[in-house]
Design a protein around this ligand. Structure first.
Ligand code: ADP
Length: 567
């Protein structure tokens, strides 16, 4: 018997399943409760004033119960949906508890970058209107200078013991001990609600706020863990050296529990020897950090090997490197240790993972072609799209050479900045694509794409050297220079030139005990670059100044060499 159907579009029959941080917390407790969270935290200081490491160890079951105690304490303090709760802390288990408890009460986890200038931190706290501050005991010295300028902060909680009680400040352990985890009730949370926020470091102008949603964060966790991206599972033990106070430690505090991956934290201990020992003792299988961290670790591994006491790191299968470009030479130098560096690119505005670089099928990781692919920033991960455009907003050819502005859109890319119309307007580009007209985010990076969509970062737009109307990539020159055996670190900056407007100056740090001359460096670069790309001069310095997140601080170098006269 025929039946007349109403002429309405068919509806999906699928459930509405909100993608939220509480879901991750419940999941890790149900399936991976016996996996571990290990934290190397400072416990006092030695005679030289250096922090003494202490290992704290518990399971995700323990984390789950303590997180619910903290969540209740927050609710009891009047924290409601949408309120901002700030952390000022290094990487450790209590900070992990905050990463879950704050979003689980519907509030917004606002991680403050502990390395910013005080004025910037004050600006950020006031802009975000943070109500509660959770701070590490070893960082509490900042409080007297900070609090008088931050009237929105109602309560300060110190994580870790203080030598003596400080008036008006609560001890984290005492605070949460008042609550019974079984009594915690989640509020109603929508997947589009805000769960976290992070400010860019604001190298130009004021810092800009990016607000992540539960949905974007959960999708980012899925995207990060995929085999084509960073590839981790419940069998892994992950040491994120990237700080939890910057870009949500690349999402690992959420993605690792989501996948059941055990977590290892290093708190204030980011020097080569401490990291190598922690990786060895805790059988770390995957780690993540910026190139300068891996340069420090490499020195330690090489010295230990030369001394006949190598570290046993046979469990360590990969180390993710991002935040700034990883030179091919750095990637190569870890292979003899059986450690695979995996290059990834991203930014605060992109949660951060945008691209990851694995050679195409059929190309060996350890072949020359494989290394060349791995030195690129790679292909967009699923649910991310990238394109590179010229000054007329046309896509540049995907030939691996044509440079342009890198645009991005995707499920975990910000569409705007928090309460910042001008910043938002400057970052948005509306462009036609295969799926119609869409808003893209302008990254401020200059990149190339090859015919398989492998992206290479050539520079930040503000760091490009513009010589006689041509663009010179400072990143390519730096990476090549760091391939010289006598060079530890190299940064290339633009200096003024009467004829060409700008010319490249290379600022070089030599390896301990190594010697090299400008002529030798020039001869080393000559076969690799067009003549007009070669730096006009080389300056040797003791150390390159670093940003709050361990990148070369080129602004400081430009300032230092602003009156440089090229001969
Ligand atoms: P900031 O460095 O300003 O504190 P972010 O951490 O958000 O803020 O940095 C994002 C920027 O870092 C990107 O725009 C890009 O220039 C640079 N970056 C990140 N990863 C890489 C990489 N793998 N290679 C080169 N540059 C990178």
């Amino acid at each position: 018997m025929s039946q007349t159907l109403p002429n309405v579009p068919i509806q999906s029959t699928m459930m509405d399943f909100p993608l939220t941080i509480p879901y991750i917390l419940e999941r890790v407790n149900t399936y991976f409760g016996t996996n571990e969270v290990v934290s190397m935290i400072p416990a006092g200081r030695d005679a030289q004033g250096r922090p003494i490491p202490h290992i704290h160890r518990y399971t995700y079951h323990d984390m789950y119960r303590r997180t619910k105690q903290l969540a209740q304490a927050l609710q009891d303090a009047g924290i409601q949906k949408g309120d901002r709760v700030a952390t000022f802390a290094t990487n450790h288990f209590r900070h992990l508890e905050a990463y879950f408890a704050i979003p689980c009460v519907g509030a917004v986890l606002h991680t403050l970058n502990i390395r910013l200038h005080l004025e910037q931190i004050i600006y950020i706290v006031n802009h975000a209107q943070d109500r509660i501050l959770l701070i590490d005991n070893v960082l509490a010295a900042v409080l007297p200078a900070l609090l008088p300028h931050c009237p929105s902060i109602e309560k300060v909680i110190v994580m870790g013991p203080l030598p003596s009680a400080v008036p008006g400040v609560l001890d984290y352990e005492n605070w949460i001990s008042l609550y019974n985890p079984d009594e915690f009730r989640y509020p109603q949370i929508d997947e589009k609600d805000a769960c976290g926020m992070c400010y860019t470091s604001g190298t130009t102008g004021n810092p800009k706020g990016v607000v992540y949603s539960h949905r974007s964060s959960v999708l980012h966790c899925m995207g990060t863990a995929l085999p084509s991206a960073l590839a981790f599972s419940s069998a892994d033990r992950l040491l994120p050296i990237v700080p939890m106070f910057h870009v949500m430690a690349w999402g690992f505090p959420w993605s690792a529990p989501f996948m059941g991956t055990s977590l290892v934290f290093a708190s204030v201990f980011s020097d080569g020897p401490s990291l190598a020992k922690l990786m060895q003792d805790e059988k770390v299988t995957i780690s993540a950090g910026v190139p300068t961290i891996w340069m420090g670790l490499l020195v330690e591994l090489e010295q230990a090997k030369a001394a006949g006491t190598p570290y046993a790191l046979e469990h360590l299968k990969s180390m993710v490197v991002g935040g700034s470009a990883a030179p091919e030479s750095l990637i190569r130098s870890f292979d003899p240790f059986g450690i695979r560096l995996l290059h990834a690119w991203g930014m605060t505005e992109t949660s951060p993972l945008g691209t990851a670089s694995r050679p195409p099928v059929g190309v060996d990781f350890e072949s020359d072609a494989g290394y060349q692919y791995r030195a690129k920033q790679g292909q967009a991960v699923p649910l991310i799209d990238i394109r590179v455009i010229d000054e007329h907003n046309h896509d540049v050819p995907s030939d691996g050479h044509s440079m342009g502005r890198l645009l991005i859109r995707g499920a975990w890319v910000t569409e705007s900045y928090y309460l910042d119309e001008e910043g938002t307007r400057k970052s948005q580009v509306e462009l036609e694509g295969p799926l119609g007209k869409q808003i893209w985010f302008d990254t401020g990076d200059i990149a190339t794409l090859d015919h398989q969509g492998y992206m290479t970062i050539e520079d930040r737009a503000k760091d490009l050297v513009k010589s006689g109307g041509e663009w010179i990539s400072s990143v390519e020159l730096e990476n090549a220079l760091m391939g010289h055996p006598a060079v530890l670190q190299a940064a290339v900056i633009a200096v003024c030139h009467p004829k060409w407007d700008e010319r490249p100056l290379a600022v070089v740090v030599k390896k301990p005990g190594a010697e090299v001359t400008p002529d030798e460096l020039r001869a080393f670069l000559e076969p690799k670059f067009a003549k007009f790309w070669l730096p006009d001069a080389y300056e040797f310095i003791d150390a390159i100044p670093l940003t709050s997140t361990g990148k070369f601080l080129k602004r400081a170098l430009r300032e230092q060499f602003k009156d440089y006269v090229l001969l």
